[in-house]
Design a protein around this ligand. Structure first.
Ligand code: PLP
Length: 367
């Protein structure tokens, strides 16, 4: 069986370093808000070029905290609207709703699976305060049109960078393109912890301060509470592991890109629509290699029978979920088509050349 993602192998590639750092943290007797988190925050901040990084408990919290902080700062208020791609992972949308803000869904571009920037302006109202862009599947989304819209309507651009750590757009890393960004270190992400983890990045010092305070019960000073806050912290052990893996992220992303290039060049089955490599290859870190076909379920069964594990990202669009019942009758044809047709092939920095050959051969033989 060719695994969709072999997490054990991914982490064993750094076994010695990870074990040493975990042991060091274990023996230190200090497990929260210590040197490891501080150190990782600084290194991630250098890596993406952003002034402030705050380690938090997970990617959903990172985004929730950004919107909550903007509310506390008076930049937005409950009931305001935030534009978000209709085909994103549900967490992007949950972060908006959880703050009493209204998600306004915009269709994606079928060629990139990212938000269709051309369709944003028609959704902007007097209540719109932000655009939450999502660099979905690892592909960066950015353009001058987006920044022009933000300027014209005085909107914040928040990035959901959960899937795209390391990708670069106009020589700037994703997560340092907009006003603030949320990162996820869920184990399967390109930079994955051994459990949950997340981070907020921003060049806005005030926002950073409010996020840090909110994430620590709303307290900026021990036993003094400025906000009704949360407990959302990155553990010392997870920070230590992430700090080891951060050193290798560019190499590992390059390996993913090379596998993607092979898939794109060598999968010749006319029934399969392949993802496009952006003109600037650095804009894609192939968190997922997502193909599309009309008979998706048949294709997935065929691959399973032939020993290739695949996953659907994602089978049900957010507007068709029970948790957003009020949207169930809305129509987003491109989003719905994507959810019906996509399938993610095995992709990871530890896939062997032989495994890639086998996937390509099996996909090409599908009739
Ligand atoms: C696009 C996107 N946003 C947000 C999240 C939430 O991250 P987490 O699972 O760390 O809460 C994820 C991943 O799960 C994601 O893929």
């Amino acid at each position: 069986m060719i695994k969709f993602l072999d997490l054990q192998k991914i982490n064993l590639a750094h076994q010695q370093e990870i074990e040493e750092r975990i042991l060091k943290t274990f023996r230190s007797g200090w497990y929260l808000l210590g040197e490891e988190v501080k150190n990782f925050e600084q290194n991630l901040s250098k890596f993406i070029g952003s002034k402030n990084v705050i380690g938090v408990a997970n990617g959903l919290d990172a985004l929730r905290l950004i919107f909550r902080a903007y509310i506390e700062m008076g930049v937005m208020q409950r009931g305001d609207e935030v534009i978000v791609p209709a085909n994103t992972y549900i967490a992007s949308i949950l972060a908006i709703s959880d703050n009493g803000l209204k998600p306004v869904l915009v269709e994606p571009d079928i060629a990139t699976y990212n938000i269709d920037i051309e369709k944003i302006e028609e959704k902007i109202t007097s209540k719109t305060r932000a655009i939450l862009i999502v660099h979905l599947y690892g592909r960066a989304v950015w353009s001058e049109k987006l920044t022009d819209l933000a300027k014209k309507y005085n909107l914040k651009i928040v990035e959901d960078n959960a899937q795209a750590i390391g990708s670069t757009c106009n020589k700037r890393r994703t997560g340092n393109l907009g006003d603030a960004a949320g990162f996820s270190f869920y184990p399967g992400k390109n930079l994955g912890a051994l459990g949950d983890g997340g981070a907020v990045a921003t060049n806005d010092d005030e926002l950073a301060k409010v996020v840090r305070t909110l994430a620590n019960y709303g307290s900026s000073q021990k036993y003094v509470f400025d906000y009704i806050g949360y407990n959302s912290r990155l553990d010392e052990i997870q920070a230590a592991v992430l700090d080891v893996k951060l050193k290798y992220i560019d190499d590992e992303n390059a390996k993913r890109r090379n596998i993607a290039k092979r898939y794109i060049a060598e999968i010749k089955n006319p029934k399969i629509i392949l993802p496009q490599m952006p003109e600037n290859e650095q804009e894609h870190v192939f968190h997922l290699f997502v193909v599309r076909t009309e008979k998706r379920d048949e294709f997935q069964n065929y691959l399973t029978e032939n020993g290739v594990q695949t996953v659907i990202h994602y089978p049900i669009p957010p507007h068709k979920q029970a948790c957003y019942r009020e949207w169930n009758n809305l129509s987003f044809p491109i989003t719905e088509k994507i959810h019906k047709e996509v399938l993610s092939l095995p992709m990871s920095p530890v896939m062997t050349g032989d495994e890639v050959n086998r996937v390509i051969g099996i996909v090409n033989l599908w009739k």
